[in-house]
Design a protein around this ligand. Structure first.
Ligand SMILES: Cc1ncc(COP(=O)(O)O)c(C=O)c1O
Length: 409
């Protein structure tokens, strides 16, 4: 027997969410609730295949010309172009002038990875992320050998954006820093800046010559409206910012495991656009080649059909309203029932937040108690995936929270 060369590896921290889901699966309590994972479930807690996705799959399967050939390194052009139009709008001058480079990615995570790699090649400055943020941001940036910094985002006491802290951190960061901004449905807090706040953010970023990298993982899922949810990106583009946008179709099309996404590099006002677009496209192709050659086809073909065929697109809008409508009803009911019960604390934030997640304001001790005593599973920072609640388990959740906040402080 020889010693494995991998025995030198230091233990790696397991993903907290997947660990929770593992324990949830083994839990025998019939009332158990899973509020950990960020994937939409319908009112019966079942995964939902969107009707528009079912229709798109039929079209692909019946297409006699469909095949399984390799795609170009930067992906299926008709898909990435449709993705760019979704972000910027059909009439965007940026699209008309071809001032954009787009590459297909393995979901939104893959798009972020490609973006960090491109930044590393071009402009290795620190990347500022919101505090708190989605856990993957925290691990991906050092992995790309880029310095990781935080900007303030969440006011723990008042359960709202710490806007003054955010602006101060924008001012105090060295000029030309990169700021990773959540386009909508901020994960984990569920609170986005208002339009007025976005305008102020843009103004400071312009003065400081900061570089925006938008992470857009919930367009249409957050508010049910694709235009509302891309407002900040479109505003920054109008303001002339060169920027990166990572785009995911995991949540808004429910294509989680198919890994569908794009990275867009947007250049509203630059010199030698044609030359830069070609240069960046070539780098994006070389980055994807070095990682995995090219992104998978099937999910991207589904998304392309939905984005480009008017009847499927209409259906998609309805499907997104179904998902965001259910989430928003639960939010309202949750606030209402906690308030009716007189549960100590303030609960309005549940319906003021949008998207998949809510920062509940529950403390780590309270989360642990909810888990150990009531079999309710969510992360220790108090983040709840609203989709894990429905009209059947809501009362159990509310009663459990009520008991816990009265006993554990
Ligand atoms: C903020 C944020 N960015 C990106 C993603 C990436 O999504 P995916 O890689 O599943 O497309 C997620 C998913 O949870 C997210 O919450």
């Amino acid at each position: 027997m020889s010693i494995s060369r991998f025995s030198v590896l230091k233990p790696s921290t397991p993903d907290a969410i997947f660990a929770l889901v593992g324990r949830y699966t083994l839990d025998k309590n019939p009332n158990k609730i899973n509020l950990a994972i960020g994937a939409y479930k319908d009112e019966h807690q079942k995964p939902w295949v969107l009707p528009c996705v079912k229709q798109a799959k039929k079209i692909i399967l019946n297409d006699p010309n469909d095949n399984h050939e390799y795609n170009p390194m930067i992906g299926i052009k008709s898909f990435t172009s449709a993705g760019a139009k979704l972000i910027l709008g059909d009439n965007s001058s940026i699209i008309k002038n071809n001032s954009i480079s787009s590459v297909q990615s393995i979901g939104g995570t893959g798009a972020l990875k490609l973006g960090f790699e491109l930044l590393k090649r071009a402009k290795p400055s620190a990347v500022y992320i919101s505090n708190p943020t989605w856990a993957n941001h925290v691990s991906m940036i050092p992995e790309a050998n880029l310095p990781l910094k935080y900007y303030r985002y969440w006011d723990t006491k008042n359960l709202k954006i710490d806007f003054k802290g955010l602006l101060d951190d924008l001012w105090n960061a060295p000029n030309n820093s990169t700021f990773l901004l959540h386009a909508c449905g901020h994960n984990p807090t569920g609170i986005d800046p208002t339009k007025e706040q976005w305008k102020e953010i843009a103004e400071v970023m312009k003065k400081k010559n900061h570089f925006p990298f938008f992470d857009c993982a919930y367009q249409g899922f957050a508010s049910g409206n694709i235009i509302n949810d891309s407002w900040a990106i479109r505003y920054f583009a109008e303001q002339g910012f060169e920027m990166l946008v990572s785009q995911s179709f995991s949540k808004n099309m429910g294509l989680y495991g198919e890994r569908v996404g794009c990275l867009h590099v947007i250049y509203p006002k630059i010199q030698n656009t044609e030359k830069i677009v070609k240069l960046v496209n070539d780098h994006l192709a070389s980055i994807t080649r070095s990682f995995y050659s090219n992104a998978p086809s099937f999910g991207a073909k589904i998304a392309e059909k939905i984005l480009t065929q008017p009847d499927l697109r209409e259906q998609w809008y309805k499907d997104m309203t179904t998902m965001s409508g259910r989430i928003s009803n639960i939010r309202k009911e949750l606030s209402k029932r906690l308030k009716e019960r007189g549960t100590p604390g303030q609960w309005d934030h549940f319906y003021k937040q949008i998207g998949m997640f809510s920062y509940s304001g529950l403390t780590e001790k309270q989360v642990v108690e909810l888990n150990n005593k009531y079999s309710i599973y969510f992360t220790k920072n108090g983040r709840i995936s609203i989709s894990g609640l429905n009209m059947d388990n809501l009362d159990y959740f509310v009663e459990s929270v009520d008991k816990v906040v009265r006993t554990i402080h």
